[in-house]
Design a protein. Structure first.
Lengths: 222, 290
């Protein structure tokens, strides 16, 4: 209900009565409200806030030579280039490994525990005999889980990509695209579940190798 | 017609009770948003914040935790954890006795469930979570020429703009936090602090989508100046211009999108992602980004 109100509210302020510039948030709200109205986004946490878990403190200095360098060479084609917005890595000239790793960890912290969740979206058909009461509850619960696994997961992956691009962009890293198969070898997304912490850190270490390695020759996005 | 109804619903939903101020007992320093229909008198125990916004979106301010409050919070959390552990010990003893009894063939019964031990992490919430102040789209103190004036009665302290966002326990969190840099200012008791004018950027793309990614600042602020309109109701009251300072990075507490405040001349700058307090040590700054 609240989300419906927020969307109505956005609709209202985006109407003729609004004469000002359009903020990022408002644009974002307007575009996302279509999905959100239907799915009624909610929050995973039951409390006041979903405090994202921060990465554990790094241990002793890591020798970059012990971290395998990802394979960043490929032959671009139209399909690969079309997906640069999804499958990318970062690089900054003159950055050492430790700095790149610290930067990636910081940005990864910002992208943890994203709030977007879908619930109360009854996409699963409920048998007529069970309509209402407990039947509706079951249908709603299953539908919510399914809707969240599909739409919520996609939205969280998208949000993670934007947050990483924003954070690393402020840090003046450039973005380079990569074929999905190669990307998957040293990246993760958090659509439906988070990777174990040790896997996460191993991936971030490899991303740091790429970010501090030789300048990539292909796939420049920004 | 549909659009009209939608807007009507929105208006109805935004009809926040404005009697909150009158109902607040003395000594209660919870924040109150004051609208044009609300009567108010300056309370010397409270601070007042006013700013104008080009965009009608919800904002969140964060009141900084003082060292004393942080120490109190830590002590309170430790006390709660100790209480939970004592309760756990009591329940564990009951469980053990019950289990022994039920495993005795002479007294067959259902073995009780083992109690769950309290986890320290559940008692270590950051104190900031109780110090956010929401600025709803309504009520507004002023509305003219596309600008909305928001007026808050709050606990005195140091405040920063945390983001253009809204949080609801049922619905979730939505919006953008200024987690990577913002501005802060003092709100002193008995004073109305006029912060200035805030607005979002003129977006050139439909959305901050990765495919059309543009690195922007989600919000900009013009510090208060004499050219900005003063609400008539402030006549005769103690109104001061906010002295803006740079506010450092903050965690993404609510799992929303992230951004930062646009640089403010002489106040806030960036060296890549490093937040520079230009009042403290003037130096050349760059905004970074691509």
């Amino acid at each position: 209900m609240f989300f419906r109100i927020v969307c109505s509210l956005v609709s209202f302020v985006s109407g003729k009565s609004f004469e000002g510039g359009e903020s990022i948030m408002k644009r974002y709200l307007i575009l996302r409200c279509g999905i959100a109205m239907a799915l009624a986004a909610s929050w995973a946490a039951t409390g006041h806030a979903a405090t994202p878990a921060a990465a554990p403190a790094p241990e002793a200095a890591i020798d970059p030579a012990t971290v395998p360098m990802p394979n960043l060479t490929f032959t671009p084609d139209a399909e690969v280039e079309r997906n640069y917005g999804k499958y990318f890595f970062f690089h900054r000239e003159g950055t050492d490994f430790a700095t790149a790793y610290a930067d990636l960890r910081e940005c990864d912290d910002y992208a943890r525990g994203l709030a977007f969740r879908v619930r109360n979206a009854s996409y699963m058909p409920v048998p007529a005999g069970l309509a209402g009461g407990i039947g509706a509850g079951i249908g709603g619960a299953v539908g919510s889980a399914l809707a969240d696994a599909i739409f919520g997961s996609a939205e969280r992956r998208r949000q993670r990509r934007i947050i990483m691009r924003t954070c690393m962009g402020y840090k003046a890293y450039s973005t380079f695209g990569l074929p999905r198969d190669q990307w998957l070898l040293f990246n993760f997304d958090e659509g439906n579940k988070s990777p174990p912490e040790e896997v996460r850190q191993a991936m971030l270490l490899r991303q740091a190798r790429a970010a501090s390695g030789p300048r990539p020759q292909i796939g420049k996005v920004h | 017609m549909r659009s009209f109804i939608l807007r009507l619903v929105a208006l109805a939903a935004l009809a926040v009770p404005t009697s909150a101020l009158a109902q607040q007992p003395e000594g209660d320093l919870r924040p109150v948003q004051i609208g044009e229909d609300d009567a108010f008198a300056v309370d010397p125990q409270r601070a007042y914040i006013f700013f104008r916004s080009r965009d009608r979106v919800p904002y969140r301010l964060l009141r900084e935790i003082t060292d004393t409050e942080r120490a109190e919070h830590v002590a309170r959390q430790a006390e709660r954890l100790a209480t939970a552990r004592a309760e756990y010990s009591r329940l564990l003893e009951i469980y053990r006795r019950g289990r022994e009894t039920c495993l005795d063939p002479r007294f067959p019964c259902r073995v009780p469930d083992r109690p769950t031990a309290p986890i320290e992490a559940h008692f270590s919430n950051p104190p900031e979570l109780s110090n956010f102040v929401d600025v709803a789209i309504r009520p507004r103190l002023t509305a003219a020429d596309g600008w909305s004036g928001y007026f808050l009665s709050v606990r005195p302290g140091t405040y920063s703009f945390y983001g253009q966002m809204t949080v609801d326990v049922q619905a979730g969190a939505l919006g953008v936090c200024l987690c990577m840099g913002s501005v802060r200012f003092e709100a002193r008791p008995g004073q109305i602090t006029y912060v200035g004018e805030v607005q979002g950027p003129q977006a050139t793309e439909d959305a901050p989508d990765v495919d059309s990614f543009q690195l922007v600042h989600a919000m900009s602020i013009r510090p208060h100046s004499a050219s900005m309109p003063m609400p008539e109701r402030f006549a005769g009251l103690n109104v001061v211009s906010a002295e803006l300072r740079a506010a450092d990075k903050k965690p993404n507490y609510f799992g929303v999108m992230i951004s930062r405040m646009a640089p403010v001349e002489g106040v806030l700058g960036y060296r890549r992602d490093e937040v520079l307090d230009l009042r403290a040590q003037p130096q050349p700054a760059q905004t970074g980004g691509n």
